[in-house]
Design a protein around this ligand. Structure first.
Ligand SMILES: [Zn+2]
Length: 153
């Protein structure tokens, strides 16, 4: 019996899932597909500027796995920019973890935003004893056939 593939942890779900180059007619448009964990890898490394070790830890995966995801994601984005392809973000194998934070002093709870620093002070009392309370939802969507594509043989 095969084990199901391990979920990668992501703290960010992309709101924009389709990027289309201007001026390319739809009929000649090609797409590259990024998974949700591809985007998370780019975000942690290139947006937050974290070390690979830290990125791997945040996603709950090994460093070689992180390296492989990051390299693949960068290649796809580069290909889209160079060759004028659209980028679609969909699927993958991930577990979304919202960053629910709680203040140890006044007990306030809130959800941090992806743009916040890793350990922000309490918005209510300014306290710095912040605990992380992950709320987990597992999305384990694997890539399938694109919707609406007819079966042709
Ligand atoms: Zn507080």
């Amino acid at each position: 019996m095969g084990r199901p593939p391990k979920c990668r942890r992501v703290e960010f779900l992309p709101q924009c899932t389709f990027f289309k180059p201007a001026g390319i007619p739809l009929w000649s448009l090609e797409e590259v597909a990024l998974t949700v964990e591809d985007v998370e890898a780019l975000r942690l490394k290139d947006q937050e500027g974290l070390e690979q070790e830290k990125c791997a830890e945040r996603m709950g995966i090994s460093r070689p796995t992180f390296q492989r995801i990051l390299t693949g994601a960068r290649q796809k984005v580069t290909q889209a920019l160079v060759e004028g392809k659209a980028i679609r973000v969909e699927g993958g194998n991930y577990e979304y973890v919202s960053r629910r934070l709680r203040c140890g002093q006044c007990r306030a709870e809130w959800d941090s935003q992806p743009t916040d620093p890793a350990e922000p002070p309490c918005p209510k009392c300014g306290g710095e004893e912040i605990a992380r309370m992950p709320h987990r939802r597992c999305h384990s969507r694997l890539k399938g056939k694109p919707e609406g594509s007819p079966d042709k043989s």
